[in-house]
Design a binder for this molecule. Structure first.
Ligand SMILES: *[C@@H]1O[C@H](CO)[C@@H](O)[C@H](O)[C@H]1NC(C)=O
Ligand SMILES: *[C@@H]1O[C@H](CO)[C@@H](O)[C@H](O)[C@H]1NC(C)=O
Ligand SMILES: *[C@@H]1O[C@H](CO)[C@@H](O)[C@H](O)[C@H]1NC(C)=O
Ligand SMILES: *[C@@H]1O[C@H](CO)[C@@H](O)[C@H](O)[C@H]1NC(C)=O
Length: 403
């Protein structure tokens, strides 16, 4: 009885998710994956950034918002950054909207992914009605005016909004706002993957995570052995692991050097093509996995990075034309805060117990993630990248140096 109900639920979830993506959304999914690597590589060069956590499909939809509010070059640069120069405006907006709705559907995908977006204008701005309506419709943005004369309470208002819209999971977007004379885009997200096969909640203990050779922090680690996509790339001295998330509609791919080292070497290899090469070379193997059970809260100001990828006008006070937002040429994009909390936890669907104690799980490969690695949440249906990042420094207390 219970089993058949579960089966029915699974069927329902599958049916509701089984809608083919339009060709324009398919193209934009592909383009957003290219954007993912470009943006990641641009950020990885920045010596001030440690952990990285970005959602390329959400960044793409924020770019869509700029196209919606922009005119002439300010708008057309968005399409260049998205490699979508020939796509018509209306198609761009409906395609990006369709893509994000598909990949963030919590029921069909059995993930927790709360996405809140807000566009802040200076208190002098008056928003055009049309923009308010279409940005809500396509990109689920709400709007607010913000007065930086009292900077401390303005920053607090932003952080309070982010915290509230993520149920407290993301307490802070920023400590300070440097440029206060423009408009701001803010994404505040909470993401929690739901494994296709859960970890046992009791298979968790404290271990050391080597941030670098001489700095170790104590983190809870979760452990499980199962059948996973695995590749030992002996040429590049790294391991690649693919862990399906619920319903196998997306998966987490981890890329980790054999030993603790700066990720620079691995990141030099990291292209979309290389990822495809790794993924297609993976084999299903028994793997004993240990992963930090931590929550990552990371906030980036993408303004500079997007400018370096070609969005130069929207962020330039002298050149920006965002007059479809306010009816006047009086706005530029001074900040693009992209902030997410990602919770790495044990939860997931019940594992396939029939293979426990069988030969299939004998002599597992080891994937012991106790040092920095790169990861991606890859969507199995749209080929988009839901998240991309690196974990260098998890939260945790410093451990006494080993002798
Ligand atoms: C959708 O469902 C049909 C029938 O159940 C199946 O043949 C088809 O392969 C499914 N399509 C996708 C994209 O999952
Ligand atoms: C921007 O405004 C112009 C009219 O000023 C309008 O023709 C155009 O469709 C608007 N663009 C968008 C994306 O709303
Ligand atoms: C995922 O599915 C499980 C079991 O069906 C359920 O308990 C859980 O609440 C679901 N989570 C989400 C986020 O939908
Ligand atoms: C992707 O989806 C297909 C079809 O549902 C499934 O067979 C495959 O295992 C999935 N891949 C991953 C990595 O989850």
């Amino acid at each position: 009885m219970l089993a058949s109900n579960v089966l029915l639920l699974c069927l329902l979830a599958t049916v509701s998710a089984n809608k083919t993506l339009s060709s324009i959304a398919t193209t934009l999914a592909d383009n957003s994956a290219t954007l993912a690597f470009n943006l990641y590589q641009n950020m990885a060069k920045d010596k001030d950034i440690e952990n990285i956590l970005i959602s390329p499909v959400v960044v793409a939809s924020s770019l869509g918002l700029v196209a919606l509010g922009g005119k002439s070059n300010t708008a057309s640069q968005v399409k260049t950054v998205l490699s979508a120069a020939s796509v018509k405006d209306e198609q761009l907006h409906s395609g990006l909207s369709e893509l994000l709705t598909e990949v963030s559907n919590p029921k069909a995908r059995n993930v927790t992914w709360k996405i809140s977006n807000r566009f802040y204008g200076p208190s002098s701005v008056s928003f055009v009605d049309d923009f308010l309506k279409s940005s809500k419709k396509h990109y689920n943005y709400d709007h607010s005016k913000i007065n930086f004369r009292d900077k401390r309470s303005a920053v607090k208002a932003i952080n309070d909004w982010a915290s509230k819209s993520t149920d407290g999971k993301l307490p802070e977007v920023t400590k300070d706002v440097e440029k206060t004379d423009g408009a701001m885009i803010i994404n505040a997200m909470f993401y929690k993957p739901h494994w296709n096969e859960q970890f046992h909640h009791k298979m968790v203990d404290n271990r050391g995570f080597l941030v670098h050779r001489s700095f170790t922090v104590s983190v809870p680690m979760m452990h499980r052995t199962g059948i996973y996509g695995f590749l030992d790339d002996t040429t590049n001295k790294l391991l690649v692991l693919e862990m399906p998330l619920a319903h196998k509609m997306s998966s987490l791919v981890l890329i980790m050097p054999y030993h603790v080292e700066s990720l620079e070497r691995v990141e030099k290899l990291l292209t979309r093509q290389q990822l495809n090469t790794w993924v297609s070379a993976m084999e299903q193997k028994a793997v004993a996995i240990s992963l930090p059970k931590v929550s990552m809260e990371v906030s980036h100001n993408l303004q500079k990075h997007l400018a370096e990828l070609g969005l130069t006008e929207a962020v330039d006070k002298a050149k920006a034309d965002l007059s479809n937002i306010s009816g006047k040429k009086d706005l530029y994009l001074s900040n693009v805060f992209h902030a997410s909390a990602m919770e790495w936890d044990t939860e997931g669907n019940p594992p396939d117990t029939s293979i426990f104690g069988t030969d299939q799980l004998k002599n597992p490969k080891l994937f012991y993630a106790d040092h920095p690695f790169v990861f991606l949440v890859k969507d199995n249906k749209t080929n988009s990248i839901l998240f991309m990042g690196r974990l260098i420094r998890p939260k945790g207390d410093k451990m006494r140096d080993e002798l």
